[in-house]
Design a protein around this ligand. Structure first.
Ligand SMILES: [Fe+2]
Length: 361
């Protein structure tokens, strides 16, 4: 969690819930400010910004959802994450809450773990220096979602906890939407945060992976597993020490070490999970730097180099050329594909497929 003390507002009519939440959140050291009416909440907001607001769907005889809607019209609160807590499980109320600009909807009764996980996820936004004022409400919402979801996964991997795979999967298509917005992309790319740049690379990677398989994979659940695999493909990077990642210059030995280490860390992270991940998630994370001749970091050959690993390796090479990481210079699309076509370490079927997807874009 961020070093700055987070500001949380809890809007709930019933006093006994205040006590329960206060006790439940003790270990997070982020005692929320608690109010029992919408008017009191509005007064708090007039006084300043909050990092996170937890609000009931109905507070007394007033609508918490309308309160969220009004809040979202005020630019100064664009960086505030909002979680609606509610006993209503009908899709109309849930949709209304999400459309009003809430970031998450938690159904009551809930286990405290559910609430603390959510709070940790949204407070992870505090570790980024984001110019919220430059973003529209929709862009701000997508940015909060993309950074908090990817950040939660990276933190879980860092701390040896289970990856929030279902959460990434539930939000994966919205995260890809964030990757289509040039303003959000520009902002993530310019942020002084290695994590944010890794997430941006992963969103791009995932978008290419999704478009390569979109014609052949028609099952939505399977498609989301694949997109999720793309978003998490560099999950092993979260275990690389930040002192190394932020080094001014990398020697070629540094680069080789990084490539080998982050895929090995990915394999370790998957071994630590209490539940098995979808196999495509493991394959893409561990095999995206493999080569057909077995010269990749894990030396996968033949059928051990899975089809999704081969697709991932093509996308990885493509992006490293496109993002200028390999030669330090930006190449044209033609130059990039000439190199990919000449690369005997890549499965050429997928280079062709990527070229088709590119020319259709
Ligand atoms: Fe990688």
């Amino acid at each position: 969690m961020a070093s700055k003390t987070p500001k949380i507002l809890y809007v709930e009519e019933h006093r006994y819930m205040h006590e329960l939440v206060r006790t439940g959140l003790k270990d997070l050291h982020c005692g929320p400010q608690m109010v029992r009416s919408i008017q009191a909440a509005e007064k708090c907001l007039d006084g300043g910004r909050f990092d996170l607001i937890l609000c009931e769907a109905t507070v007394g005889d007033q609508s918490g959802i309308e309160f969220v809607s009004a809040l979202r019209k005020k630019q100064k609160h664009a960086g505030t994450a909002v979680v609606v807590l509610s006993q209503y499980n009908d899709s109309e109320t849930i949709n209304r809450a999400m459309k009003s600009g809430a970031d998450e909807y938690i159904l009551k009764p809930f286990e405290f773990r559910r609430l603390t996980d959510s709070i940790k996820r949204w407070l992870s936004l505090l570790s980024y220096d984001i110019a919220w004022d430059d973003l529209s409400p929709e862009q701000a919402q997508l940015t909060r979602l993309a950074l908090a979801t990817m950040g939660q996964a990276a933190n879980a991997a860092r701390n040896g906890e289970d990856l929030p795979i279902q959460n990434v999967k539930d939000n994966c298509l919205s995260i890809l939407r964030a990757g289509l917005d040039s303003k959000i992309v520009g902002m993530l790319g310019n942020m002084n945060s290695h994590d944010a740049r890794t997430y941006l690379h992963s969103i791009r990677f995932s978008a290419y992976l999704g478009s390569i398989v979109s014609e052949t994979v028609t099952n939505t659940d399977r498609f989301k597993d694949i997109v999720t695999a793309g978003l998490l493909h560099d999950i092993g990077v979260s275990r690389i020490p930040s002192e190394f990642l932020t080094k001014e210059e990398w020697s070629s030995e540094d680069y080789q070490w990084f490539i080998k280490q982050h895929v090995e860390f990915a394999a370790v992270i998957f071994r630590e999970q209490s539940e098995r991940m979808p196999s495509v998630v493991e394959i893409v994370s561990t095999q995206h730097h493999e080569r057909l001749d077995g010269s990749g970091p894990l030396g996968k050959l033949g059928e051990n180099f899975a089809e999704f690993g081969r697709i991932a390796a093509v996308i990885e090479e493509f992006l490293s050329l496109k993002e200028g990481r390999r030669f330090g210079a930006t190449l044209t699309k033609e130059q990039i594909f000439r190199r990919l076509y000449d690369d005997t370490g890549l499965d050429q079927r997928f280079v062709h497929r990527l070229a088709e997807v590119q020319s259709a874009a």
